[in-house]
Design a binder for this molecule. Structure first.
Ligand code: SAM
Length: 235
């Protein structure tokens, strides 16, 4: 997962407005946070797109499971501490005023059990009064089998066509991402399979409530996928 595509991740997602998303996150953190500090952990940070802007207002650390993503994030943000870890089980020695987990990275956890463990683990890394913001993957009702998707990059020395047909296996959404990537050296084809859990709103809310977080849901969120915002009690 992402091993082959990490290098081209930023090109594929260049349409994403990380600056605008970070501005909304800042607004929500300030609204819901009750702790006085400003340190923030970006879980499943990928190449650090949000960190570029979040680091203006927060003392940021990043965490991801994928070493290629982390290498690129470190190159982009030499002054920032990054950790390699699984959101379900990572253990850091400090706690944070805010933790974010964005762009549906949470969907990579394929079971309700792992979803619950990850939300609990992240909430245990919050300071009293700290806030957890999770951008979910889409729900089973929103997912359509056999819909056709494509994404194109057209730079002078990089051309990419990425296509997939959505598939479903039980409660999993499956995307076999076919990449055709052209650089001055070669044209390559490779396929990366993404399998993401289709959790309902009730399942996300249940995970937050079990982690004892006071929870709010923002239906619009950063890009129409919604946001779950949980605040840890401040005593
Ligand atoms: C869609 S990308 C999102 C990256 C970044 N948050 C962004 O907005 O561009 C999903 C990220 O989740 C990471 N990831 C997947 N499963 C993970 C896990 N169990 N623990 C930590 N990171 C994980 C992947 O390595 C990848 O970097």
């Amino acid at each position: 997962m992402y091993d082959r595509s990490a290098e081209i991740y930023d090109a594929i997602y260049s349409f994403k407005n990380y600056e605008k998303e970070a501005a909304k996150l800042h607004e929500l953190i300030q609204k819901h946070k009750r702790s006085p500090g400003n340190n923030l952990l970006e879980v499943a940070c990928g190449t650090g797109g949000h960190i570029t802007y979040l680091k203006k207002n927060y003392s940021v650390e990043g965490l991801d499971i994928n070493q290629h993503m982390l290498r690129l994030a470190k190159k982009k943000h030499p002054g920032i501490i990054f950790h390699r870890g699984d959101m379900v089980s990572f253990k850091l020695h400090n706690q944070f005023d805010a933790i974010t987990c964005l762009f549906s990275a949470i969907g990579h956890l394929k079971t309700k059990r792992k979803l619950g463990l990850a939300i609990r683990n992240m909430s245990q890394h919050l300071k009293p009064g700290g806030v957890l913001i999770v951008e979910p993957w889409i729900t089973p009702q929103q997912w359509h089998t056999r819909s056709v998707h494509a994404n194109f990059v057209d730079q002078p020395e990089l051309k990419i066509a990425r296509m997939n047909i959505s598939k479903t296996k039980g409660k999993l959404s499956i995307m076999d991402m076919h990449h055709l990537v052209a650089t001055p050296k070669r044209v390559e084809h490779f396929v990366e399979r993404l399998e993401l859990g289709l959790f309902t709103q009730e399942e996300y809310l249940d995970a937050f409530q079990r982690a004892k977080l006071g929870t709010n849901y923002d239906a619009e969120g950063l890009m129409g996928r919604g946001l779950y915002i949980g605040t840890r009690a401040d005593c």
